[in-house]
Design a protein around this ligand. Structure first.
Ligand SMILES: *Cc1c(COP(=O)(O)O)cnc(C)c1O
Length: 465
């Protein structure tokens, strides 16, 4: 499988090269040159497989020749062996047509473990064949950072530096990053919000000499490998609910648009997903876009669902590229105008085409707490604030008669304050994290300044020199 940049000015790469590169050198995002398609017979043959086996088969066409299938299969088995539920991604019924797809049984209790645990193995495998070290830099609003650190800590050919907005993640999220005791992990608390952190990471990638000197790599959802590793769980859930012989819908609590994009790729691969419900908190750029073609940047406001506190959804560029008929020049122009003007000009017919399958939704903090309380009362199910927004969206917008797969993206114990406000008690941390509040933290504070951040990353990279 070959990969092309959405902006058309970067070299075509294979899966292993895309994994290491993260962002394309022209500022675009890598996408497969074509969508692999499974026939209905092929989909049916995946029903009932253990999750790791299903994952290997769904991811295989994206990996192509870059990694032999047996090696991919072994990595999937190892990546998901550490999950605390034997089904890895269990599906829990909450109402006649509403199902929570639990994606939080990995080591850091959020869906990002599904992709990043596998990515850790993929990085190690690909680097082992090369005399090379990579420095992973990433921005996090909470969950990406902890999942990436958990996946990369202690790996020999990798350093990882994670930028988080100081004081704007939950305490559990911060401690999951800062209490990892591994020599190759650097936590940077940036004075700013998540978009500032994301901009700093983009600026490091855009600084070509720095990027080459450091051997920079990314594990944000701009890295295609992450999207690829998020497709199998939609397939597992859809197959369990009757696909490919029955249509389903998905509802996804959304920030950077990576998770819902993976569901859309599953549809490109032939799964009958008829509706994509894109659920946002008060940071509603995607909702405004889907409602009235208003993709304009606004100040990010903190919410009970910090992993969705995002002003710009990076992965939307991949969808835009597809809906612009893979016109890289137009995509590039649209993105550059968006960057300078703060408002994306999406042609009306393209917007209409997107709207045929995608519906937006936005929920306030107080309604999020009400949804947590309702789901607890009615179904005895404790949803975290992110999951609750997806559930509320599914209840409001599900097409009649279609089963909805609602992505349950984090374990409720990650957000004890919001849960307590909603239902009156604090959920206990699971045993693996029971001493989280006692462990000592390691992090450096930094201003929102690219030269300063690059200096920190360089010093860290050269710490043993
Ligand atoms: C990252 C995250 C999201 C948003 O996912 P995207 O792929 O960025 O859209 C939603 N919920 C939780 C709990 C997350 O960690």
């Amino acid at each position: 499988m070959r990969y092309v940049s959405t902006r058309g000015q970067a070299p075509e790469l294979d899966f292993a090269e895309v994994l290491l590169a993260g962002l394309a050198e022209d500022g675009g995002l890598y996408v497969p040159a074509s969508w692999p398609v499974f026939s209905a017979v092929e989909w049916r043959a995946l029903r009932g497989l253990p999750y790791a086996e299903l994952a290997a088969r769904v991811i295989a066409p994206f990996v192509g020749e870059a990694i032999p299938f047996a090696a991919l299969q072994a990595m999937c088995r190892r990546a998901y062996a550490g999950f605390s539920h034997p089904a890895v991604v269990p599906l829990v019924q909450l109402d006649s047509n509403l199902f929570a797809l639990e994606l939080f049984h990995g080591p850091t209790l959020a869906f990002k473990d599904l992709a990043l645990q596998l990515a850790g193995h993929l990085f190690e495998y690909v680097l082992a064949g090369r005399d090379q070290r990579v420095r992973i830099v990433g921005a996090t609003s909470g969950d990406t950072g902890s999942a990436a650190i958990a996946a990369m800590a202690g790996r020999r050919q990798i350093d990882i530096a994670i930028l988080h907005p100081a004081g704007k993640t939950s305490e559990v999220q911060r401690r999951q990053m800062t209490t990892v005791d591994a020599p190759n992990v650097l936590n940077i608390a940036v004075e700013g919000n998540f978009d500032d952190c994301q901009d700093l990471v983009k600026a490091m990638f855009a600084d070509t000499p720095f990027r080459r000197e450091m051997g920079l790599s990314a594990v944000n959802s701009i890295n295609w490998a992450r999207i690829a590793a998020q497709i199998p769980y939609y397939a597992a859930a859809a197959l369990a609910l009757g696909a490919p012989d029955r249509e389903v819908a998905v509802a996804v609590p959304t920030g950077n648009f990576g998770n819902v994009l993976a569901a859309w790729v599953a549809r490109q691969m032939g799964l009958p997903i008829g509706k994509f419900i894109v659920a946002s908190n008060r940071n509603d750029i995607l909702h405004r876009f889907l409602a009235r073609n208003d993709m304009s940047v606004r100040e990010v406001a903190p919410s009970h669902s910090p992993s969705m506190d995002i002003g710009v959804s990076s992965n939307f560029e991949r969808l835009l590229f597809a809906f612009l008929g893979r016109d890289a020049k137009l995509t590039s122009q649209t993105m550059q105008n968006f960057r300078t003007s703060g408002k994306m000009a999406v042609p009306e017919p393209v917007w209409r085409a997107v709207r045929r399958n995608f519906t937006g939704f936005t929920l306030s903090d107080s309604d999020t707490l009400a949804e947590i309380a309702r789901t607890w009362r009615e179904a005895g199910y404790l949803a975290d604030p992110h999951t609750a927004i997806g559930l509320a969206a599914a209840r409001a917008l599900a097409p009649i008669g279609l089963p909805v797969i609602a992505a349950a993206t984090a374990h409720p114990t990650k957000f004890p304050d919001a849960i307590e406000k909603a239902v009156g008690f604090r959920p206990a941390l699971p045993p693996a994290l029971a001493d989280l509040y006692e462990r000592s933290e390691k992090l450096v504070h930094a201003p929102n300044n690219i030269a300063h951040i690059e200096g920190l990353v360089r010093n860290f990279a050269n710490r043993n020199a």
